[in-house]
Design a binder for this molecule. Structure first.
Ligand SMILES: NC(=O)c1ccc[n+]([C@@H]2O[C@H](COP(=O)([O-])OP(=O)(O)OC[C@H]3O[C@@H](n4cnc5c(N)ncnc54)[C@H](OP(=O)(O)O)[C@@H]3O)[C@@H](O)[C@H]2O)c1
Length: 280
């Protein structure tokens, strides 16, 4: 990864932290995106301690906010002449229905529109750096999801699981549509399920999600294991030309039928474009 620039969102904790650490160990210059200055600085110091020659940069942004995403992308473009790998990883499951300042439901805003808009804003840099790679961290939870196109922000009957499963399905619909659009550009885009990973994921949730996370934490995989497939997709020559695929444990996996619905891929793209462009 020497000479390559990588951006990882949600890099101060969990799977994103390990992704940033390992790619820095392999020689990449890593831009660690976090929303919290203190957590980000602690993470940066820890990586620097564990990988002495790591080249790191911290950039702060709330990725549930369109203004913040646009501002982050501007800072990246102003500072870096290239971006070789974009890892869209920051995600939550939110116990309560919270609305962002753009008027979007928080899970949908961060877990889907955050990926969509940051990718769109960084696309000129990725194109100028091709061959480049985009990795979207999704989840097997997408199998329980459906797109509520008439009520994407779940004003009716919100539940944390419903919102999360919809957003993780959206990650796959977005990945597959983007892969088609990027054909011939030298940019690949793939999605990942990291496994059930013992991170702080779900800890701010409530009810059944919190109980589930607490009960099953001892049986979950480490964050190191959880980051393996993302890291593999970011650097391995084996997948240099692989695009539009869903991976689990470094192997291609079959996504749900809903994730493969071309009309939903196109519909979500169109709506997302309207939301991000109308919202800023
Ligand atoms: N853990 C699992 O079992 C599991 C399973 C399947 C998929 N995933 C996916 O894996 C990805 C990473 O999750 P994780 O397990 O590593 O969880 P995590 O430890 O909770 O990490 C989530 C990251 O997202 C960041 N984040 C949250 N809200 C943000 C915001 N508004 N703006 C910017 N960053 C924000 C967090 O930053 P702060 O530190 O500031 O909160 C944190 O760094 C997520 O997309 C999740 O859906 C996880």
């Amino acid at each position: 990864m020497e000479g390559k620039t990588v951006l990882v969102t949600g890099a101060s904790t969990g799977i994103g932290f390990v992704t940033a650490l390992e790619l820095a160990r392999q020689g990449a210059h890593v831009i660690m995106v976090s929303r919290d200055a203190q957590r980000a600085e602690e993470a940066r110091k820890e990586i620097q301690l564990r990988a002495k020659s790591a080249k790191l940069d911290v950039m702060l942004a709330d990725l549930s906010s369109l203004v913040d995403i646009r501002d982050l992308a501007e800072r990246v473009k102003a500072k870096y002449p290239r971006l070789d790998v974009l890892v869209n990883n920051a995600g939550v499951i939110s116990g309560k229905r919270i609305m962002t300042r753009d008027g979007f439901e928080f899970t949908f805003a961060l877990d889907h529109l955050g990926y969509f808009f940051l990718t769109q804003e960084l696309m000129p840099l990725l194109k100028a750096s091709a061959p480049a790679r985009i990795i979207n961290v999704s989840s097997e939870a997408h199998r329980g999801g459906q797109m509520y196109f008439e009520d994407l922000h779940l004003a009716k009957g919100y539940s944390a699981i419903k919102a999360y499963c919809q957003a993780k399905l959206a990650n796959l619909l977005f990945t597959f549509e983007l892969a088609r659009m990027l054909e011939g550009t030298g940019i690949t885009v793939n999605a990942v399920h990291p496994g059930a990973v013992a991170t702080s994921f779900g800890s701010t949730s409530s009810g059944i999600v919190k109980v589930f996370v607490m009960l099953f934490r001892p049986f979950m995989r480490s964050r190191e294991k959880g980051a393996e497939t993302t890291i593999y997709l970011a650097y391995s020559p084996e997948v240099a030309n692989t695009t539009g695929k869903y991976f689990i444990d470094k192997r291609e996996a079959r996504p749900s039928k809903r994730a493969l619905l071309r009309k939903d891929q196109e519909r979500l793209w169109k709506i997302s474009e309207e939301l991000v462009n109308g919202g800023v």
